[in-house]
Design a binder for this molecule. Structure first.
Ligand SMILES: NC(=O)C1=CN([C@@H]2O[C@H](COP(=O)(O)OP(=O)(O)OC[C@H]3O[C@@H](n4cnc5c(N)ncnc54)[C@H](OP(=O)(O)O)[C@@H]3O)[C@@H](O)[C@H]2O)C=CC1
Ligand SMILES: CCCCCC(=O)O
Length: 483
């Protein structure tokens, strides 16, 4: 059943003065509208920022424990609505229902993690040279935080930004991706039911170029936290820097998984398919380059193809679906463009590469699991983020060559190696230019309590999640008191 959501501004759900909405379609059933949100104007955005600025002055004065209780309440309310949120996610962006439930549970766990932060140390006592004086450091909030999020994790990413922002005393204005806005609205409903003080939480939907850009430009938005494409992220960083605001950018990835001769080949095959094709390859941490040592190449390739052929593609709501559709028509067209590019540039198409022939799948944005062989590092499909179910196999002679190739892209988010050799592991940990380096584990699957973020073009080098989030969502005062 299609649901229309208004903006949530200053504690009230309000329609936009534009009287226009953005409809969200089910990528598994192109004609099905699953819901709609407001196509908001700058005026609505300004009203939200103004409310956030006023509310934050009182919000920051609450005890951390009291702020934490609000987050605990949201977590409990989300738990009661888990099924509805997850089904909305699957229908809005195609992720399989088990993955959507997993993501929603992850959001709940993140809320509880940061709720606890309200009772933990927020500074250090530092001995002053004057023995009669007291000196200490104290973390304080930034003020109003703009949150701009993508469609691929429409619950977890908004929460892993909002929860730390809120617990450390900031107020927030969330602008979700248009493709994931109905799901995000369901999450905001849970925040609403937790009865936050008016203005602490704000939700304004609309096109990125109007509302997203407006958030980045607004002089009263003190910090912007963004996850999405490099093109948009870089633009936000420039705008934020020019106005003197803080910014945090998590962007694309072109993540390698290295398969060494001495590894558990079945485990490497499983990790390549799971890390590369789960969520239809639409995670910034998905594997897309598979760099395999010559000695195991043929065995690995044979096993990979055998398992890939067993993957069931279908509607994320169907229990036997392993891989759903691309999240949108535009993503579907992007993936098809890169597949054509791979063929044009001389890669060998081993598997897939087209829309499934199954009649049941005619009405969705489905692409078969796709595997290219003979991929050269200079090829477009080896260099650019496809964000779809496409794997590029590359052969090397040595692990040193593999690591060199793994680094031969502008991105540096996540990287894995499958090996039983400790020397290879240690060299990989030291030499791999990526924010997440994983041994005998797939490239996807960050844990909420650990720092998350990339290097090179993948990130602005700030880190999210775990204790690292504190660095971005607070600043430090040094206090000196003389009796
Ligand atoms: N690293 C990652 O985690 C992700 C990477 N990507 C990459 O980005 C590509 C496009 O995906 P998409 O989600 O559209 O990513 P975008 O970068 O286009 O969008 C991310 C967010 O930014 C908003 N936005 C768009 N334009 C602007 C702007 N000028 N100023 C401020 N905000 C803006 C979007 O709003 P709106 O949706 O309304 O346009 C959305 O909320 C993918 O194909 C993939 O390659 C995408 C998602 C996650
Ligand atoms: C923005 C991408 C987040 C990836 C989360 C994961 O790999 O589980």
């Amino acid at each position: 059943m299609s649901q229309q959501f208004n903006n949530f501004i200053n504690g009230k759900w309000k329609a936009s003065s534009s009287k226009e909405v953005i409809e969200s379609y089910n990528p598994a059933k192109k004609s099905e509208v699953i819901g709609s949100v407001q196509k908001s104007t700058r005026e609505e955005l300004n009203e939200a920022v103004e409310g956030a600025k006023a509310a934050q002055k009182k919000w920051k004065k609450l005890a951390g424990a009291e702020r934490g209780n609000y987050l605990f309440k949201v977590a409990n309310i989300m738990e009661e609505n888990l099924e509805d949120i997850a089904k909305t996610m699957t229908k809005e962006m195609g992720k399989s229902l088990p993955e959507a439930k997993g993501e929603t549970n992850r959001g709940i766990a993140i809320l509880r993690y940061y709720a606890g932060e309200g009772m933990r140390s927020d500074g250090d006592v530092i001995p002053a040279t004057d023995p009669s004086a007291l000196m200490y450091s104290k973390r304080v909030p930034i003020g109003v935080v703009g949150v701009i999020t993508p469609w691929n994790f429409p619950v977890a990413i908004p929460i892993w930004k909002m929860a730390p922002a809120l617990i450390y005393g900031n107020a927030v204005v969330l602008k979700p991706a248009s493709e994931g806005s109905v799901t995000a609205a369901k999450v905001i409903e849970c925040f609403d039911k937790a009865n936050f003080p008016d203005g602490v939480i704000n939700f304004v939907t609309g096109s990125g170029s109007v509302i997203g850009q407006g958030l980045a430009e607004h002089p009263d938005v003190n910090a912007i936290t963004f996850t999405g494409s490099n093109a948009v992220g870089k633009n936000i960083g420039v705008i934020a820097a020019q106005k003197g605001g803080k910014y945090q950018l998590e962007m694309g990835g072109k993540n390698p998984i290295i398969v060494a001769d001495d590894c558990d080949v079945d485990a490497a095959v499983a990790a390549t398919l799971s890390g590369g094709l789960k969520s239809t390859g639409q995670k910034c941490t998905c594997s897309s380059r598979v760099i395999v040592q010559a000695g195991i190449y043929e065995t690995f390739k044979e096993k990979l193809l055998e398992k890939a052929k067993q993957i069931t593609v279908g509607d994320g709501m169907d229990a036997d679906t392993w891989m759903g559709p691309c999240a949108s028509e535009s993503q579907f067209n992007t993936v098809k463009h890169y597949i054509e590019k791979g063929k044009e540039e001389g890669a060998t198409l081993l598997l897939g590469g087209k829309e499934p022939t199954d009649e049941k799948l005619k009405d969705g944005y489905y692409i078969e699991p796709t595997i290219f062989d003979d991929v050269k590092t200079s090829m477009t499909i080896a260099q650019e983020e496809i964000f779809g179910p496409v794997l590029a196999l590359m052969k090397v002679d040595t692990v040193e060559e593999a690591i060199h190739l793994a680094n031969d892209v502008e991105f540096g988010l996540s990287a894995s190696i499958y090996t039983s050799n400790i020397e290879h592991m240690l060299t990989f940990i030291d030499d791999m230019e990526a924010g997440l380096v994983r041994i005998n584990a797939e490239t996807a699957g960050v844990e909420l309590q650990a720092p998350f973020g990339g290097m090179k073009a993948s990130s602005s080098y700030s880190r999210e999640q775990g204790q690292a989030a504190k660095e971005f969502f607070t600043t430090m005062k040094t206090v000196f008191i003389k009796g």
